[in-house]
Design a protein. Structure first.
Length: 199
């Protein structure tokens, strides 16, 4: 089995073109991100949990966790274990009577459950090799920038523009202003003209 790395939810975004949702997962050990395209209902379920909105009646993911509790079982962690043909695959790791059980589950549902039960989210490290994105450290904007800092040279501006162009298609299709709004499907960012598939 591939080495697993822990991630956190960086946010839920909306594509400006297709209105599809994407959940961004960030590695805890380095500045790398994994975008997973999800459906609107799953996006809403994740967002509700992230914002700790109380619903009048239990939602589907709440019901699953309540059922586990009544069966003296608990969600220990969730895993995203592989990606095949642009589809991500995940597991729920359930602890019952000292035994760990793995249950096949869509990453979007797994993430919605993880947020509600405050358990870790783990991703197979090799998934980041094929579907992850990295932002160069020098592209981060420091909000405490010194006024005496030297302005960039034209050569530096060209180099920065080249680096940013790598993510241009991806970033232009995401509405970063509509942060943490909805979530749900499970495919890679659309590098090809074909629309991303959903699990």
């Amino acid at each position: 089995m591939s080495q697993m790395v822990e991630v956190m939810i960086d946010g839920v975004r909306v594509s400006l073109i297709s209105q599809q949702r994407v959940v961004l997962l960030r590695r805890l050990d380095e500045d790398r991100y994994l975008p997973i395209w999800i459906g609107p209902f799953e996006a809403e379920a994740i967002t509700i949990a992230l914002q700790e909105i109380e619903m009048a009646r239990p939602q589907t993911h709440d019901l699953i966790l309540q059922t586990l509790a009544r069966l003296d079982a608990r969600l220990a962690r969730v895993e995203i274990v592989s990606v095949k043909e642009d589809i991500f695959y995940g597991n729920l790791v359930i602890e019952k009577d000292g035994e760990l059980l793995q249950i096949d589950a869509r990453p979007s549902d797994s993430i919605a459950l993880a947020v509600r039960s405050h358990v870790p989210i783990w991703v197979a490290a090799d998934i980041f090799d094929t579907a992850g994105i990295t932002v160069a450290p020098d592209l981060h904007v420091d909000s405490c920038e010194s006024e005496e800092e030297k302005p960039s040279t034209p050569e530096q501006d060209v180099e920065t523009e080249k680096r940013l162009s790598i993510f241009e298609d991806f970033l232009q299709n995401i509405d970063f202003d509509q942060k943490d709004e909805d979530s749900g499907g499970e495919s890679q960012p659309p590098d090809s003209p074909e629309p991303p598939k959903q699990a």
